[in-house]
Design a protein around this ligand. Structure first.
Ligand code: BEZ
Ligand code: FE
Length: 288
């Protein structure tokens, strides 16, 4: 293995890893080397450009800590997260589509009874959310565990604040025997993904913005069904066509109706505006 040139080096690297004990590891690294080398050849990568890429990845690493995952953000904004999500969640077209998890899910969110308040003081306009969880054949899914989380009207998740004493705008509830669920929360607003780091610089260099259309996250678990990680979007949001992380599916866009005043779905009377939103989720049966 000497005198390798720009043409023979790829085969030499592939040969060097031919004895990789785990076949899947070999498949992944063979693909990685093949495509990385092809990429460098295709764009005629210069030494300066290669060094900038190394500096960029180093900065991504330095920005990452237990609160900020700049590598996942890089994957999200390059569309890789959504590609992997799409490949991992092929399912019948009647089922609710999956989309990216995002970095703001946390375990141990507070339990919320059906009809309860998820917002817990998060700033935003009152919103009544309801719907059903069903299976592929329309059967109600009872006792589905539903994790819900969202940003507030300032575009921030609770975990992005320094000194909050308790979680807010997130909760866990369970569907009723007929599959129904309902809770109050706040109206989601568009927000930019964190862009004060190297990924933000990359977006700027590419002439891209950092915004996500307004959405409400759901993660739903029920026995006998595949877990569903998704979110629902608001019709007419200005960023539906240019989501910074490529997560929008048209089947996940819903109508959020604003009411100037009147009787809300829970029978309460309101003198000030409130919003209602209904959405049904269809779970895929667990794969054999
Ligand atoms: C989110 O929707 O919470 C999110 C997804 C990807 C990157 C940043 C935020
Ligand atoms: Fe989000």
């Amino acid at each position: 293995m000497q005198n390798l040139d720009e043409y023979s080096i790829t085969d030499a690297v592939l040969q060097s890893q031919a004895d990789t004990p785990n076949p899947r590891t070999r498949e992944i690294f063979d693909g990685l080397v093949t495509h990385l080398h092809a990429f460098a050849r295709e764009v005629s990568l210069t030494e300066d450009e290669w060094l900038s890429a190394i500096r960029f990845l180093t900065a991504v690493g330095h920005k990452t800590d237990d609160k900020r995952q700049e590598f996942i953000l890089l994957s999200d904004t390059l569309g890789l997260s959504m590609l992997v999500t799409a490949m991992a969640n092929r399912k019948p077209k009647e089922c609710t589509e999956s989309t990216v998890l995002g970095p703001f899910f946390v375990t141990d969110a507070p339990a919320v009874p059906n009809g309860g308040d998820v917002a817990q003081g998060a700033p935003g306009e009152l919103c009544f959310v309801s719907g059903h969880v069903r299976g592929l054949h329309g059967e109600p899914v009872a006792g589905a565990r539903m994790e819900v989380w969202q940003a507030d009207e300032d575009g921030l998740y609770d975990v992005q604040y320094e000194n909050l004493e308790a979680p807010r705008a997130r909760g866990v509830l369970f569907s009723e025997p007929d599959g129904a669920f309902r809770f109050t929360s706040i109206v989601p607003r568009p927000y930019p993904v964190p862009h004060d780091g190297p990924v933000g610089d990359m977006l700027k260099a590419l002439g891209r913005h950092a915004w996500r259309p307004a959405h409400l996250h759901f993660m739903i678990f029920a026995e006998g069904y595949e877990p569903l990680v998704t979110h629902v979007f608001r019709k007419n949001d200005p960023y539906l066509q240019s989501d910074a992380v490529f997560g929008v599916r048209s089947s996940l866009i819903g109508d959020w109706t604003t009411h100037a005043h009147g009787v809300a779905p829970d029978g309460s009377m309101h003198e000030t505006p409130f919003t209602t939103f209904a959405f049904d989720f269809v779970l895929a049966p667990v794969r054999a």
